[in-house]
Design a protein around this ligand. Structure first.
Ligand SMILES: *Cc1c(COP(=O)(O)O)cnc(C)c1O
Length: 457
């Protein structure tokens, strides 16, 4: 048995993989191969037998500067020699202090509360918001409102504001469901309507909702500029400006979830910069450590912080995770922030995104592509294809092309690490197109109905 086969088999016997119907990996069907990875370097993942795959989705949107980056690796080794971990209640350390100071300087939000993953950042922000209102003598304000198709993580509390039926249905009885306002998704434009027009329409619906419910609402939670898990649904920054205005008007917190879009993905360091606004809570994770270690943070304002600062213990934010502010993860985050400065990453990304856009032009022109779109370093295309399991089939053909690309529903997207070079850009674009052809070839003749072609997804 090959090394790849050995690890595949042992994994399937012992590991329960995330977001996976394990039966699809079963050897009898092997409809989707599990890919054992031995090492990674830059944009490439290497298996045990000399095959390599371009990580075109940055390992679920976490990697920024490529795998195994020497600067991050050196920082981690250095930190390991000094302090592995210490609890953050009653103790502190240089990496967590420095990281908090730097995030403050970058966002204007001066109080940093740490967790270990995105979903816990969502829960921290929601709990803090409701508790803030309670401390402010307005205990009625404990409801939340999200945006249709929003994704904020999958723990039970985060599912309350995650509007994706597939992730939520089985757990509906466990979840205190939040309301949703319409999405400003620019794809929903009426003929002749601009993206800003869609944003204004969505903002008016939000205004109506807040008008009716603000008295018992603590916070609005939004993924700024791109609702990634909804299928890279992009919107005009006008929506964020209006959301800020409305939240001010109705005394509702604005929570921005930049777990996926933060750290340069949208072109600016943080997506909300493009709207010129500041949130009351900012959730960060994924790219925070450059894709090396789990870490999340919720940043908030002096006003929120002040509502907890008191002689009574019960008015404090009594929330904790064992690994809160882990020094190694914080060092990785500091090294990542250094890389933004040292490599002038945001400016270089403009050039990289242009190169990629040019390479992707034939794909964007493909007759089966609807709504080709880009925001910063995120590219997406909706594919008019009649195969219900388009995503799974495409992912498999992409692997054959040496690419990690996993469509969401009928939306194909690419979100590669920033260090992708010209040759890899061309490799990615060629392979993405070839995988599309191979997938479309699996449609039954005549199955590609006129309707599918016309309506896209
Ligand atoms: C990934 C993601 C989360 C959840 O983060 P996890 O670390 O997977 O729990 C929350 N919000 C957004 C926008 C995300 O993309």
């Amino acid at each position: 048995m090959s090394l790849n086969d050995t690890w595949r088999q042992r994994s399937l016997a012992a590991v329960w993989h995330p977001c996976t119907q394990m039966k699809l990996h079963a050897p009898e069907g092997a409809r989707v191969p599990l890919v054992p990875i031995a090492r990674a370097e830059g944009v490439w993942l290497h298996d045990h037998e000399g095959r390599r795959y371009l990580d075109a989705i940055s390992s679920w949107w976490v990697n920024l500067f490529g795998h195994n980056h020497p600067a991050i690796r050196d920082a981690l080794k250095d930190q390991l020699d000094q302090l592995d971990h210490v609890m953050l209640a009653g103790f502190t350390h240089a990496p967590v202090v420095e990281l908090s100071e730097r995030l403050h300087a970058l966002t204007g939000l001066g109080h940093a509360f740490y967790g270990s993953d995105g979903a816990s950042a969502t829960e921290i922000a929601l709990k803090m918001s409701a508790h803030h209102w309670r401390n402010a003598g307005r205990a009625r304000k404990h409801r939340f409102v999200g945006v249709a198709g929003g994704y904020h993580g999958e723990t039970v509390g985060a599912l309350a504001v995650t509007d994706i039926a597939l992730f939520r249905e089985a757990y509906a009885p466990l979840v205190r469901l939040a309301d949703t306002a319409p999405s400003p998704d620019a794809r929903t434009a009426a003929p002749g309507e601009s993206a800003a027009g869609v944003a204004e329409r969505a903002a008016q619906a939000l205004a109506a909702w807040l008008e009716a419910h603000h008295e018992d609402t603590a916070a609005l939670i939004v993924e700024p500029l791109i609702q990634c898990a909804a299928g890279m649904a992009m919107h005009d920054p006008h929506y964020l400006r209006r959301a800020r205005e409305l939240c001010d008007q109705y005394e509702v917190h604005l929570v921005l979830d930049e777990i996926a879009v933060g750290f340069g993905r949208t072109g600016t360091l943080f997506a909300h910069e493009q709207a010129g606004i500041r949130p009351d809570f900012l959730c960060l994770s994924k790219g925070l450590t450059g894709g090396t270690l789990p870490l999340s943070v919720v940043l908030t304002t002096d006003a929120v912080y002040a509502a907890f600062y008191d002689d009574q213990v019960a008015r404090a934010f009594l929330h904790s995770h064992s690994y809160t502010g882990n020094p190694l993860a914080c060092r990785a985050a500091l090294a990542t922030l250094d890389l933004f400065e040292q490599t002038d990453a945001l400016r270089r990304n403009v050039a990289t995104a242009h190169t990629l856009a040019a390479c992707f032009e034939p794909l964007s022109q493909h007759p089966r592509v609807r709504h080709p779109r880009r925001q910063g370093m995120v590219f997406a295309w909706d594919i008019a294809c009649s195969l219900p399991d388009f995503a799974r089939r495409y992912a498999r053909h992409a692997l054959d092309q040496g690419l990690v690309l996993r469509p969401i529903g009928h939306t194909l997207y690419a979100m590669p690490p920033y260090v992708i070079d010209e040759e890899a850009c061309a490799f990615l674009a060629r392979g993405a197109q070839a995988a599309l052809q191979a997938t479309l070839a699996q449609e039954e003749p005549g199955q590609a109905t006129v309707e599918a072609l016309r309506d896209g997804v």
